[in-house]
Structure formats: C-alpha cells, structure tokens
Ligand binder design. Structure first.
Ligand code: WT7
Length: 649
C-alpha cells in the first residue's frame, strides 16, 4: 500500500487551519473530552447516555462477553420516538421547528415538534390498526418528504424495525430486501419530484410486489397526484387511514437492544447486507456525535444534512441525531440543480442555515459550476461545514471552505460507515487544527488504528487497514439473518478488532487519512455498491457469459463503474445495441446509480491460474495506465487483446 499514489499525493499536504477563536471559545466539545474518554472510556459512554431519556435506567454500560456481539446499556428501556419527539414537547419546546421542509418545486411546510408528535402518533395508531406489531419489519420506499420521517418514527414508536429503501432502487432490489427481511407491510408514495418532474414510486413497488406475496398492505402517501394502479385488497391511502386517527398515542419502552432498523448496504458479494442497529446505543451515538461534531445549539442553529433519508447519513443526521437533540433541520426533497444551480444556496439564505453537511461529490459539482453561483447568495448564516461519504480531495475541501464557508467556518471531514451508525473519525470543530483531506482523529470514546497484514500498528506515514479496536455504542449488532457473514466480514481479519474495509494512514502528527475501500466495494458519488452485485446483474442477462466490474477514478463521482463483458456465443455481436441493452438492464435490476459509465465487450477476461479475475489489471486499463504485472495470468495474451479492443473502440 505504500506505493499507492494517493498516499504519496497526500503526504505533501501541509496547510492547516485552527478553529477561529470565537468558535473555539463557545464550542460544545472542548479538548477535555478526549482526556475524559481516554481516562475512562466506559465511564465516558455512561455519561453520554444521559443525553437520552431512559424509562428504566440501564445497569451495565457494555456487555462484550459474547464478542463480537455487543450489548450496550444493558437492562435499560426506552422508546426512540419518545426521545426524538415527546420529551421535547413535554419540556415546553413544542413550538420549536423540527423541520423546514422544502419541496423541489418550491412548496414548503414548517413542522414543529408539536406537529411532529401529532403526526407520528396518528401514524402509529394507523399502523396498529393495520396490524403492525412490535418486532414486525416495515419497508419504507419514499421521496424526501415529512411523511417519511413520520413513518420511521411511527415504526420506532411501536418497536417495529423499519428498513428504508433508497427511492432510486429498482423493483427487484426492493423485492430482494423485502424478502430477505421478511417484510409484510410497505409504506410508499405515488411518487416524488426529481429534476422538475414527478417520478413514480408506487408503480415500482407494484412491480416488486409481484414477487412478494407475503406483503399484505401497501400504505401510499399522495405526494404528486399522478395516476397509480390500485390493488383494493392490498393498497391503502395514507390520508384515508392516518388522518382519521386519534392524535394521542402512548409509547411503550423497549429494551435498549431492541432492533431499531435494518439498512441494506453493499458488501463484497452480490447479496446486500442487512445492517442491524438497535435502540439505546444508536441514539446515544447519534445524539453525542451530533452535539460534538456539529456543535449543535438547538435553540439557535438551523442544521441541514443534504443527503437522502434512504441512506444512513439521513437516518443518523436528518432524523435520529438532530431530533434526539431537539434541533431544527432543513429537509429538502430535490436535486441541487433544479430548477437552477443556485438551489442549495437559495435554501441556505432563506432558512439561515448555520450548519451544512454534504458529500464531496456535491462539492465537486459546485466547483465545476463555478464560484459565481454561490457568490450570488447570502451565506453569512453558515458557521460550520461537514463532509461525508468518500475521501474529500484537498482542493474540494479548500473550495468548500473558501467559497461556501467564507474562510470563516471550520470544515469537518467525517469518516464513518452504515455499519458504524454514527461518526467515528472527525475533527472536533472547536478543538482540532484541520488539514484539507484528513478526517483527523477518532472521536472521544473511539479507539481506531491502522494495521498492517499481521495486525501490527503501522509506522507513521505508512498505509494499512483502518480498524476499530474497541466496541462503540452505535455499532451494528449483526447482519440480519446472517451471523456468520457478520463475523466473517468484520471480525475475522484480526481477532476482536473491527475491520472497516478501508485503507488509511496515520501521519506523523497522529492524524488519519482515509484512502478508500480495499475490497471490491465501489463508492460512486458517495453511494456504495459492490462489483459483485453489478456483475451478477450483468451475468443475469441472456446475452452475457461473464462479466467483471471495476471502479475507475472519476473526477466528478470519485469512482465510476467500468464493466468488461464476455458475450455468449449465441448472442449476435450487436455492437452499440448490446451495450445499451446491458446498461438499461443494470439500471432496471439495481437502479440508475449502478449504471456502468462504460461497458466493453471483450473476448476474454484476465484470470489467474485458479480462475480468479484480476480486477487490478482491468482497473489499469480503465484508468488508462500501463498494465501492471501479468505474470500470474493463466494466459498473458488476454490483456493484449483487451487493450487492443480498447484502442479500437
Ligand atoms: C464508506 C462507507 C456513513 C456515511 C455515508 C457512507 C467511505 C465515508 C468518508 C470520509 C473517506 C469515507 C469509506 C467507508 N467514506 N466517509 N470522510 N473519508 N472515506 O456510508 O455507504 O456505508 O460507505 O464510505 O470508504 O467505508 P457507506
């Protein structure tokens, strides 16, 4: 890994930015947090758990006896929705805004904590009437509208774990998740607005349901008013069932380890993993990090995570973290360039957003569109900027700081994963002197390191594998229905240490630089996908004999999907037609985000003598590099053929 060009590039970064003095003086988290956590890690988490209201206090902070299956805040009982909603209303904060909702087309709604309590209670009563019980899994396939939050919290209120499926996924991706999770109840909408047009959701669910006979009801929110097909035995309108419900619902407390949700994410095989989070630890992790990393002052700030609720970033920093802290958030339905490229900055100006959290891929788009666009808006309300999802290039970091943050806002590059539940490595904005491109330090209470193959800490400046050496409250507890895969994926590389799947280095100052995945997981615009998943989709096409997918460096999206495909002999060599067919086949079997940037029809694939595809060589081709060592190939002429084909196309 020491030859990795990225590491060489990064080691030349010598710019650094201390927190502004006034920010530092008023910051929630001061340097003492690190000392307290280092002196007594378990005691530190016990103290953080006081951010949450427990109906029954816990008696043990951590039970790690059955490792790698952790139990946090053992014996405690609580309700997640109560913590996110009711208790703020009880504390006299009912009139505080929970969400400023901004539809893509400009329609708006302001939802206070009292409104939220009423809507969540009605939705919980409706789900109960429809037979949803504690422990049942509920799938949610929705646009970015307030009902999505109501639905999630109604599930949490009943102890029915939700599994939110990103609105960009296809019918077969929905069906896979619904079946894997044993879902019998689905919540969706007729559609949502995307890029200025209504885009359908219900019809995608309808298609998925052909394969899911176990689903008894589909509850449908009317958002766009577009025509939908209707199955009288199965489908119900949200407004017909929810609106007539009583506004009072008494939440029940559940065990701290009761499952809160399952979020599917790509792993290294074709089958997505059902990452399971539980209640107490997850709420402690999200509320603590939202306080420490985002310096949230709930009575003053307007917080905006510009991500989709269908991903973990939205779960933790649009829904659970901000609501647990009684904060005010922006919820925006649409894309950054609809109806114009200043849309985000218009929203910042309109709601006086003070903290913005988004992905490097968005920042790179804004860079491309030019600094003149944000310059037309008043962004002076901003005081803190965050980044998440992939390594942020130092130049994008600098641009974000200068053209969005006016050189006045600290930038926090936050590293974490769906599995982690909440941020693990990040600057503390009032404490850390930041470096562009570095996620800096493990947060107080988090013990991370970079290991070599043998499980030793690497020397400063050398590359290795990012690991977490001690359990943390918001860690995943298992993979739904697959304990073996849970153990194998995260806990088998090194004994009792969490293996993240990322390459990283620690520099001489002890700061972490995360370099990206070391496995076959791709990161395209901050969306996670596995090469195997896309390969399986390709191979499922009748014309395809074999497929290999690699991630190639891409200036805008971080990585781009490049596919190499061997056609079946029976398939006529249809040239562009085949390629277009295959592209739309991948779109419809996984979703638009999985569409390959290019598909190359090849006569053969580079394989080792044991038959393993050498993706490294294909990556060289896709990135226009000289092809590396081919001596382990079973047939070394294969690469010549592929490269020849590449030049001709
Ligand atoms: C992978 C996790 C949880 C946030 C959304 C993505 C990459 C995430 C950073 C960062 C470098 C990052 C890693 C990680 N990643 N944040 N600040 N710097 N890389 O969640 O879909 O579970 O993906 O995203 O490669 O393993 P996810």
């Amino acid at each position: 890994m020491t030859n990795n060009p990225t590491i060489q590039e990064l080691s030349h970064e010598d710019r650094s930015f201390p927190p502004p003095a006034d920010f530092a003086a008023a910051a929630n988290a001061q340097a003492v947090e690190y000392e307290k956590a280092a002196a007594d890690r378990i005691g530190y988490w016990e103290e953080q758990a006081q951010r949450i209201s427990w109906e029954t206090p816990f008696d043990t902070v951590l039970d790690w006896s059955d490792r790698p299956f952790a139990k946090w805040f053992v014996g405690g009982r609580l309700n997640a929705a109560y913590n996110c909603v009711d208790r703020h209303v009880e504390n006299g904060l009912g009139d505080r805004v929970a969400y400023y909702f901004e539809g893509e087309s400009g329609d708006t709604r302001t939802i206070t904590y009292s409104d939220l309590l009423r809507e969540v209670s009605k939705a919980a009563n409706a789900l109960t009437e429809l037979g949803v019980k504690t422990g049942d899994r509920v799938a949610i396939y929705m646009p970015m509208i307030p009902e999505t939050v109501f639905a999630m919290l109604a599930c949490a209120r009943l102890g029915a774990p939700h599994t939110v499926i990103f609105g960009g996924f296809s019918a077969s991706a929905i069906a896979d998740r619904v079946k894997d999770c044993g879902v019998e109840f689905v919540i969706t909408a007729d559609g949502g607005y995307r890029k200025g047009k209504p885009s359908a959701l219900k019809s995608v669910v309808d298609e998925a349901m052909e394969d899911c006979p176990e689903v008894r009801n589909v509850l449908v929110v009317r958002r766009t008013g577009q025509d939908v097909d209707w199955n009288d035995d199965r489908d119900l309108w949200w407004h017909e069932v929810v609106d007539r419900q009583p506004e009072i619902h008494t939440p029940e407390a559940f065990d701290s380890e009761h499952p809160l949700y399952i979020m599917y994410s790509s792993g290294t095989t074709g089958k997505p993993k059902g990452i399971m989070h539980t209640t107490g630890g997850y709420l402690v992790g999200t509320s603590f990090t939202h306080w420490a990393v985002f310096d949230i002052k709930p009575d003053k700030d307007v917080f905006w995570t510009a991500a989709d609720i269908g991903w973990v970033t939205g779960h933790s920093y649009i829904v659970y973290g901000p609501l647990a802290n009684g904060a005010t958030s922006v919820l925006y339905e649409g894309t950054p360039d609809t109806p114009h490229r200043g849309r985000w900055w218009e929203i910042v100006q309109k709601y006086k957003v003070s903290i913005l959290y988004c992905a490097p891929t968005a920042i790179r788009s804004f860079m491309k569109w030019g600094r003149d666009i944000p310059a037309q808006y008043d962004l002076s309300s901003l005081r803190l900027l965050g980044s998440v999802g992939e390594p942020i290039n130092p130049e994008a970091w600098m641009w974000y700081r200068e053209h969005i943050g006016g050189n006045r806002c600290p930038v926090v590059d936050t590293w974490w994963q769906t599995e982690n539940g909440s941020i693990l490595i990040s600057p503390l904005p009032g404490v850390t002197e930041t470096k562009p491109g570095s996620a800096m330090r493990p947060l107080p209470g988090i013990v991370a390191d970079v290991f070599d193959d043998e499980g030793n800490s690497v020397e400063p400046g050398n590359g290795g594998y990012l690991v977490v050496k001690e359990p943390w409250p918001s860690m995943l507890r298992t993979l739904w229905g697959d304990e073996e895969r849970f153990k194998k994926t995260y806990w088998s590389q090194y004994p009792e240490v969490y293996f993240a799947g990322d390459g990283a280095k620690i520099d001489r100052d002890g700061d972490f630089w995360v370099l990206g995945r070391v496995d076959d997981v791709l990161n395209v615009s901050g969306h996670r996908m596995s090469t195997a998943e896309i390969e399986s989709a390709l191979v499922a096409h009748p014309k395809v004999a074999e497929a290999a997918v690699v991630g190639a460096k891409d200036e805008m999206t971080g990585q781009a999907i490049e596919a190499f495909v061997i056609l079946r002999e029976s398939a006529d060599d249809g040239g562009d037609d085949v390629v277009n067919d295959l592209r739309s086949h991948v779109r419809s079997s996984i979703g638009p985000i999985a569409t390959p940037r290019s598909i190359m029809i090849v006569p053969d694939l580079p394989k080792t003598r044991s038959g393993k595809i050498m993706r490294r060589l294909l990556k060289d081709v896709a990135e226009n590099r000289e092809v590396g060592d081919v001596t382990t190939l079973a047939d070394s002429s294969v690469m010549d053929l592929i490269q020849k084909g590449m030049k001709e196309s």
